[in-house]
Design a protein around this ligand. Structure first.
Ligand code: MIC
Ligand code: SF4
Length: 670
């Protein structure tokens, strides 16, 4: 990404300041493992039930971070008892462990968190890949797997590889009909879905002045689509104005990069030169100007998610729809991101405009973004303002989901064809709406405060029959031998590995049940073959393996089916860590060409693993392809701590082993 600057090491950036303020382990040198103090945590229901089980497994009595919030925003369609029982479990576990609880109907975690709890300079670890959204307020906000969040709640540092810091200088002013989503799509057009792996995207420059905190939320959220570790914005007047608007100006602290800030890599975006952009099906980085896609018939438009979180993002749709009708045959689905946004839309009569125009208004939450309802018809174009459009994520296998701004989605819903809003404005004489937004109704979320410790201790988490507990994790054998059960290309997403959607998501608290969906987007027969294979097996992938969400189900469900090592040409950050956390070896080919030499059914063998992963051993291993009589050099990029976890079968057994060792030593001394 970018051309990079000359020799002196990066320093003085806001990201460096935030990292230095939270560094408790390691040195902040790119690639080194560092440990960060975590001030706040966030979980959501689809990842959160496991986090609560992990807290129990770790023996946590009460969370040790300053603030933890458990949100319910994903699994809010209640087509049977499961989701409602998960909500009961989450609420009771929040009460037990000293967490805030945000129940169904309050809205998507990320904008809610910014409004209610966001504080410049604080660190946030969240069990959702879009936790990076809070970077919009000058926070150090990092999405990780649920177990890493549970560990942070238990008082452990958040461990990750020190990223490189990319400075993105914004200049100019966005033209009418071009919004923050188009800036994010421009970055995806330039760099692709792995363009920022192990990097922090730090925004600066004069172009920031006209971007509100919610515009920045859009950009910060979409950092996850580039694979970034975090997105960072300065805490400036726009952030002060946001905090004032939600009644918390006292939480504002000004934070900016130092005058001598040096970035590892730099680039510039002239906002004035941007035009409306759209990502074609089915990858967020297949981006073209809207005018190139113009004329394609539209069957659905879905607006509302953590990638268009602000009141303005939906109010603009209402203003464009005012006095007009959605084109016949088009479904315009509106998902207000929070209860507050829904109330504000109603107070400003925007809800009435949307209803009169023929839009369908839904409850606040993730909904269609994660395939919880709103599944489109096969092959019919669905324009969405959400961050991701991986194939099948909408709930329809052969879907055709495009990603665009609320303006493009609204105008296209009105015309029934993909339409460049500027062209439409030229034809109709419409102007970009000037929105008079009410002061936000920030306090309408029905949040429940943590209970005091003595009361919390009396609460028993309410565990329904669909909450089955964590799987047993056995240690890694010294020799791993088994067949390759799946080979895949580049950019395998966690949606490919552990599909979400209305069928699979409600099963998430009962690991054997979602395991039946594992890899079915790539090969419907994988779960059967895995179940019939005695002993361990392997999976082979390409570049950026496991990108997308933070769901640790993408590690746990294949592990449950016997997966013990993934060989790929590169890995996405969160998934690599999730694999190690659950005792699966993530191995990278030294020669990327070797990947194509391996076929499904080949028998592979890795020997002497206990020595290879022992402290001080190098990162190189040799894989023997018994079927072809070949050997491949591979390496791991695991820290000593991660090697220990993989050897023990996962982080939880590794910690249990440590505790046993300490206890054995102390009883020997007695
Ligand atoms: C997503 O957008 O993919 C999700 C659903 O929010 C996930 C979390 C999950 O799978 O539960 C994420 O982004 O981490
Ligand atoms: Fe929810 Fe979609 Fe945002 Fe994930 S990306 S948190 S599913 S709105």
């Amino acid at each position: 990404m970018g051309t990079g600057g000359p020799a002196p090491p990066a320093a003085g950036t806001l990201a460096h300041q935030l990292i230095a303020a939270h560094l408790v382990e390691g040195a902040a040198l790119p690639g080194e493992e560092i440990g960060l103090r975590v001030d706040q945590t966030l979980t959501q229901d689809a990842t959160g039930t496991l986090v609560m089980e992990e807290l129990e497994a770790l023996g946590v009595d009460r969370v040790r971070t300053g603030l933890g919030v458990s949100y319910v925003d994903h699994n809010i369609l209640q087509t049977d008892r499961r989701n409602a029982e998960d909500h009961l479990f989450l609420r009771s576990a929040a009460r037990r462990f000293g967490l805030w609880y945000s129940g169904p109907g309050n809205g998507v975690s990320h904008p809610l968190h910014l409004q209610r709890f966001g504080v410049p300079g604080r660190s946030l670890a969240g069990a959702d890949s879009h936790t990076c959204a809070a970077g919009a307020l000058g926070m150090l906000a990092i999405g990780v797997g649920g177990l890493d969040v549970a560990l942070a709640m238990a008082g452990h540092p958040l461990r990750l590889r020190m990223p490189r810091i990319v400075g993105i200088r914004l200049t100019g002013v966005l033209p009418p009909w071009v919004g923050a989503k188009d800036v994010a799509l421009e970055l995806l057009r330039r760099h692709g879905v792995k363009g920022a792996v192990d990097r922090v995207l730090e925004y600066h420059g004069p172009g920031l002045a006209a971007l509100t905190a919610m515009d920045r939320h859009v950009l910060a959220t979409m950092g996850a689509e580039l694979g970034a570790t975090a997105s960072v914005f300065p805490a400036d007047e726009a952030v002060r104005a946001f905090l004032r608007s939600v009644g918390r100006e006292e939480d504002f602290t000004e934070l900016t990069a130092g005058p001598e800030a040096r970035y590892d890599l730099s680039e510039e975006i002239d906002l004035s030169g941007l035009e409306p952009l759209i990502a074609r099906p089915s990858s967020p980085d297949d981006v073209v100007p809207v005018r190139e896609a113009a004329g394609e018939p539209v069957s659905q438009a879905v607006v509302g998610s953590c990638a268009d979180p602000g009141l303005r993002d939906i109010a603009v749709v209402a203003a464009l729809a005012h006095g007009r009708r959605v084109a016949p045959g088009v479904s315009l689905d509106i998902n207000p991101t929070s209860r507050g946004v829904l109330l504000d839309l109603t107070r400003m009569s925007a809800t009435a405009d949307l209803i009169a125009a023929g839009a369908r208004i839904h409850q606040a939450g993730c909904l269609g973004c994660i395939g919880m309802g709103q599944a489109p018809a096969t092959g019919r174009n669905s324009l969405r303002t959400v961050p991701r459009n991986f194939r099948g994520r909408s709930g329809t296998e052969e879907d055709a989901v495009w990603l665009c701004s609320p303006e493009t989605a609204a105008v296209s819903a009105l015309t029934g064809r993909i339409t460049d809003p500027r062209e439409w404005a030229a034809e109709t004489g419409a102007r970009h709406p000037e929105l008079a937004l009410p002061d936000p109704a920030a306090t309408v979320a029905t949040l429940e405060e943590p209970l005091p410790p003595d009361v919390a201790r009396t609460v028993r988490p309410e565990r329904g029959p669909g909450i089955s507990g964590l799987p047993e994790l056995d240690p890694l054998p010294d020799t791993l031998e088994g067949p390759v059960l799946l080979t895949a290309g580049d950019n395998v997403s966690t949606d490919d590995i552990a599909p979400a959607g209305a069928a699979a998501l409600p099963l998430r608290s009962d690991i054997p049940a979602p395991a039946a969906f594992t890899f079915t987007r790539i090969d419907p027969d994988y779960p059967r073959r895995a179940a019939e294979t005695p002993g361990p097996h392997f999976v082979v992938g390409g570049d950026n393996y496991g990108h997308g969400s933070s769901r640790e189900h993408a590690a746990i469900t294949p592990r449950h089916l016997g997966l013990r090592a993934v060989l790929a040409t590169s890995f996405a950050r969160i998934h690599r860590q999730n694999l190690a956390n659950f005792g699966i070896l993530p191995l990278t080919f030294d020669d990327p060409g070797d990947r194509d030499r391996i076929a499904v059914g080949d028998r592979l063998r890795l020997e002497g693993l206990h020595g290879s992963l022992a402290p001080g051993a190098g990162p190189v291993l040799r894989v023997h392809n018994i079927t072809r009589g070949e050997h491949y050099a591979v390496h791991h990029r695991l820290s000593a701590r991660q090697c220990e976890a993989v050897l023990a079968g996962g982080v939880i057994p590794a910690l249990a082993r440590r505790t046993r060792t300490v206890e054995a030593h102390s009883s020997a001394r007695e």
